[in-house]
Design a protein around this ligand. Sequence first.
Ligand SMILES: Cc1cc2nc3c(=O)[nH]c(=O)nc-3n(C[C@H](O)[C@H](O)[C@H](O)COP(=O)(O)OP(=O)(O)OC[C@H]3O[C@@H](n4cnc5c(N)ncnc54)[C@H](O)[C@@H]3O)c2cc1C
Length: 383
Amino acid sequence: MDFSLSEEQLMFRDLARKFAEGELRPRLREAEQQGWVPRELVAKMAALGLLAAHLPTDAGGAGIGCLAAAVIWEELSKVSWTMTLGALGHAVLSGTILAAAASEEQRRQYLAPLCRGELLFATATVEPNAGSDATAIEARAVLEGDCWRLNGTKNFVTGGGRADYLLVLAQTDRQLKAKGMVLLLVDARAPGITRETVRLVGGRSGDLVNLAFSDCRVPAANVVGRVGRGLHAAFHGIDTARVFIAAGALGMAQGCLDAAIRYSRERQQFGRPIGGFQLVQETIARLYAEISSLRWQLYYAADLKDRGQPHGKELSAVKWLASELAVRAAAAAIRLHGAYGCSDEYPLEHHYRDAVLSTILGGTSEMHQLMIGRELTGFNAMV
Ligand SMILES: Cc1cc2nc3c(=O)[nH]c(=O)nc-3n(C[C@H](O)[C@H](O)[C@H](O)COP(=O)(O)OP(=O)(O)OC[C@H]3O[C@@H](n4cnc5c(N)ncnc54)[C@H](O)[C@@H]3O)c2cc1C
């Protein structure tokens, strides 16, 4: 058992740290206001090998696996989680799905430009009546000659406003339930698609939209994977996204801890630095203990995944606990900064707004507890 990061992992960590400080931090407020991250920044991230780091080299990625990519995501999210959100929908969710399920022709046409950040992708599964229960989707795909006719609504699509292509999960035969689903690659400029911008409490530069498809025609060849395996393909991407969401949550928590330590050394009250008070140290010590423990759980789960081993409960455990820790860490760090922590002068209030979202996307905390429970007891308490 070796607990040290490899030379390559350390190199990517340092690269990500520099990129986050030099490129993300100065643009955070602007990106939050406009609602998305500029394409040139996505392209820069790609040029450094940070965007699609986990994807295999033959797909155009850096081929360093999920563990090393999680280290990258921690560094980026320490500075700004919301600025990684679009990349999560694009390279992590959509990229993973395409790398695993796309045909050779689709890989050639779409995957390399995705990895270079030239074409942007988003994945749309969730609907008004189908959130945690993905088997309940109502979007309908009907094959008519050489085209699918797509109708339905998709909500909270990350990166959906500016995406060039959408991976849309739809039902072909309601009787077949999960086995009737298809994942379609849809040109985002095709007629019959309307978008509505979504403004959430955080994740403000994630370019989230709700999408409506009305008799949208999609070429028959644009099935990703096989008809009947759409949900399976989507779940494969969501599983990988969970590694990145947990890493992002730990990054946010670490960013909050770093700020708390800095401030506790600078801020004087009652004639001495507040870091000298025992209760302040308790806050810092608790965050340190929780973050460093969960970081090993994250690396363990990511390593299992990289080695193709079962990793369900291990990943659910860290996705659940790290996202909830990020919420607590942001609140504790803001408290430690007093009123200054609530102002946007300090790098905390955006973590406070973003952290809560990490408890929801990629499966809510409740769903992850139920998944762990199902694996350990053999009983499914979800339905
Ligand atoms: C920032 C962000 C980005 C997102 N990006 C995307 C995206 O790119 N593409 C996409 O398709 N979707 C996306 N989503 C949607 C996300 O996947 C869903 O929000 C999530 O799956 C939960 O669905 P829901 O919001 O409908 O909540 P619901 O499923 O309605 O859940 C509501 C509450 O009920 C609880 N609950 C539900 N079922 C059970 C049960 N069986 N037992 C106990 N409790 C239960 C949940 O835990 C939750 O607390 C995004 C969401 C967010 C916040």
